[in-house]
Design a binder for this molecule. Structure first.
Ligand code: 5GP
Ligand code: MG
Ligand code: MG
Length: 181
C-alpha cells in the first residue's frame, strides 16, 4: 500500500540490513572496553537506531533527542531548536549521535556544539545516509551507511509530512504525492 506512492526504490530491506551489519561491526570493533551512549535523533533515526543497536555486540546505552530544523514539507528553515532533550548526562561519556540523514549539516553542526559544551569525552556520528551535495555547513560523520543523490527520500524512519516512516524500504516519492493530486 505505502510503496504504491514510490517512484523508485533506492534501498531494499536486504540492502539496509547489510549496511546495519557493517556499521554494527565497525562500532563493536572501535568501542571495545567502552560503554558508549547512543543518541538517536527523533523521529527520523528511530527505525535505524533500533536495528543498528542489535548489530552491536557491546553494552551500549541509548537515549533520544528531538530537534527540529524542518517543517512538514521538504524545505529546511535553517533554524534548529530542541523539542525534547536527553534524560542522560553526556558529561565524560563516549557518545555516538545516530542520524537518519545528513543533508545541509545544520542539525549535526548544532548538536556537535551542544555536546561539546556539555563535555562529552568523545563525540562520533553515525548516519544511515549522507547527502554531501546539499551541504551548507561542513560536518564530519564517522560512520556512514550510504551516500545518496540529491533527492528527497522517504521510508525506514524518514517521512514526508509525517507519513512513510513505517515503510521498510527507502525510496523516492512520485511527484504527484507532493503536488497533492
Ligand atoms: P540537515 O539539513 O540539518 O542536515 O538535515 C536535518 C534533517 O532533515 C535530517 O535529519 C532529516 O530528518 C531531514 N531530511 C534531510 N534530508 C531528507 C530527505 O531526503 N528526506 C527526509 N524525509 N528527510 C530529510
Ligand atoms: Mg533527522
Ligand atoms: Mg522530517
Amino acid at each position: 500500500m505505502l510503496e504504491k506512492d514510490i517512484e523508485r526504490i533506492l534501498y531494499t530491506r536486504a540492502d539496509i540490513q547489510q549496511v546495519n551489519e557493517r556499521l554494527g561491526k565497525q562500532i563493536t570493533a572501535d568501542y571495545q572496553g567502552k560503554n558508549p551512549l547512543m543518541i538517536g535523533i527523533l523521529k527520523g533515526a528511530i527505525v535505524f537506531m533500533t536495528d543498528l543497536i542489535r548489530e552491536i555486540d557491546l553494552h551500549v546505552e541509548i537515549d533520544f533527542m528531538d530537534v527540529s530544523s524542518y517543517g512538514d514539507g521538504t524545505m529546511s528553515s535553517g533554524e534548529v531548536k530542541i523539542i525534547k532533550d536527553l534524560d542522560t548526562s553526556v558529561q565524560g561519556r563516549d557518545i555516538i549521535i545516530v542520524e537518519d540523514i545528513v543533508d545541509t549539516g545544520r542539525t549535526l553542526n548544532y548538536l556537535m556544539a551542544i555536546f561539546k559544551t556539555r563535555q562529552a569525552n568523545s563525540i562520533k556520528v553515525c548516519t544511515l545516509m549522507d547527502k554531501p551535495s546539499r551541504r551548507v555547513v561542513p560536518v564530519h560523520s564517522d560512520y556512514v551507511g550510504m551516500e545518496v543523490p540529491n533527492e528527497f527520500v522517504v521510508g525506514y524512519g524518514l517521512d514526508y509530512a509525517e507519513r512513510y516512516r513505517n515503510m521498510g524500504t527507502i525510496g523516492v516519492l512520485k511527484p504527484e504525492i507532493y503536488s497533492g493530486k
